[in-house]
Design a protein around this ligand. Structure first.
Ligand code: UD1
Length: 425
């Protein structure tokens, strides 16, 4: 049985809260270690269960992992001197969909890869057709059988012009990694521009890849016969920063989010300001504080970067639940990403869903209740709601949060939250 979080809300958060390395940047970079027989050292890796799952998967492929401490921070060196197995088992892939990120590197490095099909998940069908189509365009044969993606390219991959019909973070990462070891040039059009995609590109360049157009929607990748050793610092987690920014705003507090960068969250911080939250920046990070006026509801829509991130939609909905007036929140990236709505309503929110839009009518306050966490970001939405609610909120399924929030209870308690983890037997 999973742990629960117990929050006694209503305390304004104050102080400095350090932001950890980004989960969604760390996972593809760990997979990128498969592209080279030389060591890749990643600094600022967050301590998260998803990172541990990726480490387990890579170890099964024969990657040697060495964790070292340096000046209070830990870094991980991944060496894929020899790839022992090119099979990613269902057991690990079903635990974490991002396991699919080993497909491109395994195929490009060894000429074959067999990765279990991820299947659906709680936030919708989440297909991987664009990953597979792109790899076929690079010359691979890809078949689906017995629940596995079976990909082969015995004579290596060849660069190609690939147009992605929709913006996909994962497909851009798979194809960028695979193209780094392909023969010739690959043009990736309508590529994702998320900071995590840019950070993977910088990590690959440090390993010896040739990539231009980083940060734009057109990437040009000139394949190399091999990649070398590198040392790379993972960017800070903008979703973690955004979550704690909302925690400050919803509790009427003020937080200094050290390490966070304004440029990583342009649309999100603009919405926060529009709602009536004060946002500032200094050389150490972002400052977020409640202003004197009541928060007001705004309409927003999730979009690929630099638009409003889908990974902050649930948390923003919790904030809108206690703002004056009505808000319309439209989810355009994932179907079925409103699992938090009935749980927020249990805390007293007034929200109705019509297709891909949630209509939020602000209430004066939330009150604590037992709720169920269904996925990582839905759980984060419940945590910020619980911090604002009067009385006690018990969030069941706290393990979801371990996937993406490093030392959540400790970080929040240090800033004044009354939050503890309870082991349920
Ligand atoms: C990544 C992030 C996730 C974030 C999401 C969108 C990681 C580990 N996860 O997920 O936290 O919410 O980006 O910013 O980095 N799609 C297809 N076919 C494909 C691939 C995607 O139709 O082959 C669709 C998806 O169903 C979705 C949209 O494209 O509707 C965007 O998904 P994508 O950007 O690929 O998300 P992930 O990489 O899975």
């Amino acid at each position: 049985m999973s742990d629960a979080l117990v929050i006694r809300g209503g305390r304004p958060l104050q102080g400095t809260l350090p932001i950890s390395g980004a989960k969604n940047a760390a996972l593809p970079q760990m997979a990128a270690a498969l592209l080279s027989d030389k060591p890749l050292t990643l600094l600022n890796l967050p301590h998260l269960s998803d990172v541990a799952t990726m480490a387990t998967l890579l170890a099964e492929h024969g990657v040697e992992l060495e964790l070292a401490q340096e000046g209070g921070a830990s870094h991980l060196t991944l060496t894929a001197a020899r790839v022992r197995s090119t099979v990613a088992s269902y057991d690990l892939v079903r635990r974490m969909r991002a396991s699919i990120l080993v497909l491109g590197p395994l195929l490009a490095r060894t000429g074959s890869a067999k990765v279990a099909m991820p299947g659906g998940c709680t936030i919708g069908a989440r297909p991987i057709d664009l990953h597979l189509k792109g790899l076929r365009q690079l010359g691979a044969t890809v078949e689906l059988r017995d629940g596995f993606i079976d990909a082969s390219a015995p004579h290596g991959l060849t660069g190609a012009r690939i147009v992605l019909p929709i913006v996909s973070v994962g497909a851009t990462e798979t194809l960028m990694m695979a193209a780094s070891l392909a023969r010739g040039q690959t043009l990736l059009i309508n590529a994702a521009r998320e900071p995590e995609v840019q950070d993977l590109a910088r990590c690959l360049v440090a390993m010896g890849a040739e990539i231009s157009g980083i940060g734009t929607d057109t990437l040009v990748i000139t394949g190399k016969p091999r990649l070398g050793a590198a040392r790379h610092r993972v960017i800070v987690d903008r979703v973690e920063a955004g979550t704690y920014a909302i925690a400050a705003a919803i509790t009427g507090g003020r937080l200094h989010l050290t390490g966070a960068r304004r440029d990583d969250l342009p649309a999100f911080l603009q919405v926060l300001e529009d709602v009536g939250v004060e946002v500032g920046e200094d050389s150490d990070g972002i400052l977020v504080g409640a202003s004197n006026r009541r928060l007001t509801g705004v309409d927003l829509m999730t979009e690929p970067f630099p638009g409003f991130p889908t990974d902050l939609q649930a948390q923003m909905m919790a904030l809108m639940a206690v703002a004056d007036g009505a808000s319309m929140i439209t989810e355009t990236i994932f179907e079925n990403r409103f699992m938090h709505v009935p749980e927020l309503c249990r805390l007293g929110a007034n929200i109705t869903v019509h297709n891909a839009s949630a209509h939020v009518r602000g209430v004066m306050g939330l009150s604590g209740a037992p709720v169920m966490a269904t996925d990582l970001r839905a759980s984060a939405g419940l945590v910020v709601a619980g911090l604002a609610a009067s009385g006690e909120t018990i969030i069941h399924g706290a393990d979801h949060l371990d996937r993406g929030y490093e030392r959540l209870t400790e970080k929040l308690s240090r800033c004044g939250a009354d939050i503890e983890r309870m082991r349920l037997s």
